[in-house]
Design a protein around this ligand. Structure first.
Ligand code: ADP
Ligand code: MG
Length: 229
């Protein structure tokens, strides 16, 4: 479903004497349908940067990012923005580490939004969003409220609900349980397993070893980057 070939990314720090951080130095990874691949490596090894490249948020410097979309292959590293948006609408979901809460938009609508843009009717989308929030132990009195004032764990569960609700064939998860208590970590881990078992290709970063052991079929080792001049 997802494959990178010789993916490279570095950051040029203009404000710090033009120091260059070579973060991704030729990454070759492959994620198949029905498996959960965990990116594994120390903090700063480029896991989140790799995720952002896969989702098209960071532009890869060289290499390819091949995604199976609509029965054909799209190279995210070379695709036009419009094409990347199409991939995001129906093929690839991404749960970032933190919820970017939009002011005044109720939690229920934030969760239902990806279904709405995939063409699901409003009532149906909201019903499914509610069921998801319920499973994640977000009380219904919070559903009509904007999540800006929610606790870190509540915001993360809204974010996870939103990311897991639609049936994307590829899912990218950046530390989806980092702010959760044990009970909710278990709920999210079970949901991730269900996704993989339903045929989704899941690529995730799981700092919690227990969650990682519970969900990952395979680890992808990340090596520390290099600093150049
Ligand atoms: P991880 O998720 O494995 O902890 P990151 O991908 O967040 O690692 O970061 C890898 C390295 O790249 C770090 O040294 C970080 O400071 C650097 N980095 C990440 N994003 C940027 C950016 N937008 N600009 C400059 N440096 C960045
Ligand atoms: Mg990270």
């Amino acid at each position: 479903m997802l494959q990178t070939e010789g993916l490279k990314k570095s950051f040029l720090l203009h404000t710090q004497d033009g120091v260059r951080l070579d973060v991704l130095r030729g990454v070759n990874l492959e994620a198949r349908a029905g498996e959960c691949l965990a990116l594994h490596g120390p903090s700063g090894s480029g896991k989140s940067s790799l995720m952002r490249c896969l989702y098209g948020n960071y532009r890869a410097e060289s290499g390819r990012i091949l995604v199976r979309h609509d029965g054909r292959e799209v190279d995210i590293a070379a695709a036009a923005p419009r094409e990347i948006l199409a991939v995001r609408r129906t093929t690839m979901g991404y749960v970032s580490q933190f919820l970017r809460a939009v002011p005044r938009v109720p939690a229920l609508d934030i969760v239902a939004a990806p279904l709405r843009s995939a063409g699901v009717a409003a009532a149906d989308a909201r019903a499914r969003a509610g069921a998801m929030l319920e499973r994640l132990n977000i009380p219904s009195r919070l559903w009509p409220l904007a999540p800006a004032t929610f606790s870190g764990g509540e915001q993360q569960r809204v974010n996870v609900a939103r990311g897991l609700l639609a049936d994307f064939p590829i899912l990218l998860l950046d530390e989806p349980t980092s702010a959760l208590d044990a009970r909710n970590r278990e709920v999210v881990a079970a949901m991730i397993r269900e996704k993989a078992e339903a045929g989704c290709a899941v690529v995730g970063i799981f700092h919690d070893a227990e969650v990682r052991d519970a969900v990952a079929d395979r680890l992808f080792e990340m090596k520390a980057g290099k600093v150049g001049a």
